[in-house]
Design a protein around this ligand. Structure first.
Ligand SMILES: [Zn+2]
Ligand SMILES: [Zn+2]
Length: 327
């Protein structure tokens, strides 16, 4: 197999040849057809998340087909088209797992962070955490659904049912979840980097009723807002943009420090909440609504060996939609 490997934090990934991995009991091996590039991959590479496995193969938006199964696996067969998400394994025994909050498991494994991911031709995964996908479908277009879509969906649920919804950061996740919100009949307000006219036009093309800079106030108070950009200064901005009782959801795994802010912008029962990881139930719900909502992803494909270029394009904000590696 070939893999783009992070050997040391902060260094470029290296293309390495490795022996094909063998699935252990309960695991499947997947021939990767496409793997999306998520902002979390940047946080892993930059060393902003604690205790990554090193060396590590990043990537947790994986679409491919099972090409080998380990002992005891009866639910996934060779040839099945599957998706592999961020949540790689949970313990099943801790209080969070037992109460249906496996996203908060005390002893989890995460794909592309604490176990090898999909910036590769092959990847091994726990069969119980692999989603079956429809037989037909475009692999590149599907890849971003595995995290930007899925964790985006969880953040949308956490934001409640408010009609006027704001998205701070209009990248891979927002461009998918804005389509879901429109399908649900909500009004979408898109906040981009100040002056990013291209991103604002992109948001309006996807049905946003208003698009502006993150330093702009929306034309009316919002019911809720989701922050996808890893920028702590957006927290007080979003709190100022929502009405009394409104909700602000931080959807990322890492954010720069949140500046102090006056209590008055949180008061009046505004709610500030973060979203962590996903549950398998989120995945089942989300993949059921994908065909109904008619989601069309905008992707920029890169060959596997140009993963470093994809990461730097994501970092600089040059991408519109989602980068996807194709081995
Ligand atoms: Zn657990
Ligand atoms: Zn992700």
């Amino acid at each position: 197999m070939q893999a783009m490997v992070l050997e040391r934090l902060g260094e470029p990934l290296k293309l390495l040849q490795r022996p094909d991995p063998l699935p252990a009991d309960g695991e499947v091996r997947v021939r990767v057809a496409a793997c999306g590039v998520c902002r979390t991959d940047l946080h892993v590479v930059d060393g902003e998340l604690p205790d990554p496995k090193l060396p590590i193969v990043p990537g947790h938006e994986i679409v491919g087909r099972v090409d080998a199964v380990g002992g005891g696996v009866t639910t996934r067969k060779v040839g099945t088209r599957v998706g592999i998400p961020w949540l790689g394994r949970t313990c099943g025994r801790c209080p969070y797992c037992r109460e249906g909050h496996e996203n908060l498991c005390d002893h989890p494994l995460f794909t592309g962070y604490t176990r090898d991911g999909g910036y590769a031709t092959h990847v091994v995964a726990d069969a119980r955490f692999v989603f079956p996908l429809p037989e037909s479908g475009d692999d590149v277009a599907t890849a971003p659904l595995l995290c930007a879509g899925l964790i985006g969906w969880r953040s949308l649920r956490m934001a409640g049912d408010g009609k006027k919804i704001g998205f701070y950061g209009f990248g891979a996740a927002a461009h998918i979840i804005a389509q879901v919100a429109r399908w649900q009949g909500r009004d979408v307000y898109a906040f981009t980097r100040p002056g990013d006219a291209a991103a604002q036009a992109f948001a309006q093309k996807l049905g946003a009723c208003w698009a502006g800079g993150s330093d702009d106030a929306p034309p009316e108070a919002l019911d809720c807002a989701i922050i996808y950009a890893p920028v702590g200064a957006l927290v007080p901005a979003a709190l100022r943009a929502v009405r009394k009782g409104g909700r602000v959801v931080c959807a990322g795994i890492h954010m720069s420090d949140v500046p102090s802010f006056p209590y008055s912008i949180l008061w009046e029962e505004r709610v500030l909440k973060s979203v962590a990881n996903l549950t398998r139930k989120d995945g089942e719900e989300f993949f059921a609504i994908v065909p109904q909502a008619g989601i069309v992803t905008q992707t920029v494909p890169y060959p596997l060996d140009r993963a470093n270029e994809a990461l730097s394009d994501l970092r600089s904000g040059r991408l519109q939609g989602a980068a996807v590696l194709v081995p």
